[in-house]
Design a protein around this ligand. Structure first.
Ligand code: ADP
Length: 547
């Protein structure tokens, strides 16, 4: 028997319509590329998205067409998210930190017809112009007064909008209609596209706040440092308006001092981003001797949150939660909210609980398997590759059957490439990315665990552990570190500091001091680049020909 309930398709635009009607006091504050601090309500955002949808229609965009964005976090980018998907087209967010080759690859692979770009990225696109698809049109995200001289035959965004009406007959799209396209940052090979739908996006927006309860409360302000140009800023352009929160957008300035100033002036309660960004903010907090006004909640994801970082923020009264996810999952798969029994818990128990990657969101299932694909128990001990399944997980890569075949198993689950365990309480512990694990003498060592221990040494500000080849052991760990100050302790001292947490054979064989660590296009430490830089590296024990 069928239930007798209405069926309305899940549409992204309805999130913004809801915010405009139910949360009239909230909206978007944007530090813009032009240098000003811009404010608009969600009602204004909806009206501007409607104007943009008219403009897109006038420019010939139709259902399923890919419209690309190359922009920082700001209100115009949010308008594009809603207008493009709302009129039935697909919003392809481009990560400007990809290599030139990768940028060209994804623009061609996506079949983009129109590209909206911030002023910052004009030189980049000018330099790629001769290799871009013929017929690709450009819109520059600014007003007439700020339009620069450019070799691009480009339209002006504000001019395009000013002539348009403030409402739009948003079509009743089937909820499985494609809405957004985001490519992985392609650490190996070409980037692969995750093609989100209206349904997956709305479900993700509903799933996250119901679990990650510490970050969401109507009337509060939330800062996505995680970019709109990668994995939908972890869904915040959808979850924030849905939950009635104002988005505070940092634009291009992501250093600690700029973030501190913006958060302090705008009373930001919750801030979301990768650990490298929070290390910068922490340095500014230490310099100023206080946290930004109103700051109470920090969500760290994208890489494991280092224990010392969790500790430092918690000690200053900021609640830290960790989330795990990936581009292929819309992207969040876990939440880091702890049950009430942790209130008043010993600091070390609290921090230990926060060091794991959290529990699964409703709608995301986990499966841990061994090398033969056999399921392993969720007992906190068994470690294997993590597979996921759910309405917010990709069913395959966009127009890429080979990559799809490699990622989806016979039962239809998606292989994350992460090596993990799940404990009896449902907590996920990411031990490593499969390709970052150090395989030594038939055993493996977690680079994340070694990095966490090394980072608790006061002389180390940032570090990465990479596997280096060894003829007998296969691989051995090497610690690459950035000094906090002038002190550069010897390997033995750092080993001694780490020793209580590891077996002797697990400790790094060498310590290399560097000025800075290379970052990926998503702002994480790039072990791939490090390994490339260390292509000629020889372990100390093997130098001089001795094996
Ligand atoms: P990129 O390939 O640019 O890193 P993603 O954002 O899709 O793109 O990265 C997803 C990966 O990031 C995951 O597979 C996992 O390895 C890592 N990751 C994300 N969150 C966490 C976390 N909280 N702890 C450990 N690793 C994480």
């Amino acid at each position: 028997m069928q239930g007798a309930m209405m069926h309305r398709p899940l549409r992204i635009i309805d999130i913004l319509r809801h915010a405009a009607e139910a949360h009239g006091d909230e909206g978007i504050v944007s530090a813009r590329v032009e240098g000003d601090l811009h404010r608009q309500s969600y009602a204004q955002t909806l009206a501007r998205a409607a104007g943009l949808a008219h403009a897109l229609t006038a420019l010939g965009m139709r259902t399923g067409d890919r419209v690309a964005t190359l922009a920082w976090n700001g209100h115009r980018h949010v308008e594009m998210y809603y207008a493009i998907s709302g009129m039935g087209a697909v919003c392809h967010t481009i990560n400007p930190r990809l290599s030139r080759e990768q940028l060209l690859y994804i623009i061609h692979h996506a079949g983009d017809r129109l590209l909206f770009l911030d002023l910052t990225f004009i030189p980049l696109i000018e330099s790629l112009l001769s290799n871009l698809p013929e017929g690709l049109r450009f819109v520059i995200l600014t007003d007439r007064a700020h339009m620069p001289e450019t070799t691009l035959d480009a339209l002006c965004y504000e001019e395009l909008l000013s002539a348009q009406p403030g409402d739009f007959p948003w079509p009743d799209l089937p909820e499985d209609t494609a809405s957004g396209l985001c490519y992985t940052s392609g650490t190996t090979g070409n980037p692969k596209g995750a093609l989100y739908s209206h349904r997956s996006t709305v479900l993700h927006a509903l799933q996250v706040p119901i679990c990650q309860t510490s970050s969401f409360r109507a009337g509060r302000r939330i800062l996505p440092v995680v970019p709109l140009f990668h994995v939908n800023a972890w869904g915040l352009p959808y979850t924030a308006p849905l939950a009635g929160m104002t988005l505070v957008m940092p634009g291009p300035h992501l250093d600690g001092a700029s973030l501190f100033r913006l958060m302090d002036g705008e009373d930001v309660y919750s801030a979301w981003g990768v650990p490298t960004v929070w290390a910068g903010l922490l340095a500014e907090i230490e310099a100023q001797g206080r946290i930004p006004q109103g700051f109470g909640d920090l969500l760290v994801g994208g890489s494991a949150a280092p224990r010392v970082m969790i500790d430092a923020y918690e000690a200053r009264g900021v609640n830290v939660a960790q989330a795990w996810g990936m581009t292929e999952m819309s992207p969040i798969g876990t939440h880091g909210v702890l049950p009430p029994r942790y209130e008043g818990a010993r600091a070390e128990d609290l921090i230990a609980a926060k060091c794991c990657a959290g529990r699964r969101l409703f709608g995301v299932e986990f499966k841990i398997v061994d090398d033969t694909g056999r399921r392993l128990p969720h007992d906190g001990q068994a470690v294997g590759e993590l597979y996921v399944r759910g309405n917010t997980v990709i069913s395959g890569y966009f127009e890429n059957p080979e990559a799809t075949h490699a990622a989806i198993d016979a039962e239809g689950w998606f292989g994350t490439g992460d090596v993990a365990s799940v404990d009896a309480e449902g907590r996920l512990v990411i031990r490593d990315r499969a390709k970052d694990l150090v395989k030594s003498g038939g055993e493996w060592i977690s680079s994340i665990d070694l990095e966490n221990a090394a980072l608790s040494h006061p002389a180390i500000a940032a570090c990465a552990v990479v596997a280096m080849p060894h003829p007998k052991w296969d691989e051995r760990p090497v610690l690459v570190a950035v000094a906090a100050d002038t002190a550069r302790p010897a390997l033995e001292e750092v080993q001694a500091h780490m020793a209580p947490h590891f077996a002797r054979w697990q400790l790094p064989d060498d310590l290399i001091w560097v000025e800075e660590l290379p970052l990926t296009a998503t702002g994480k430490i790039s072990k791939l680049t490090l390994r490339e830089r260390m292509a000629d590296y020889v372990l100390p024990e093997l130098r001089g020909g001795a094996a």
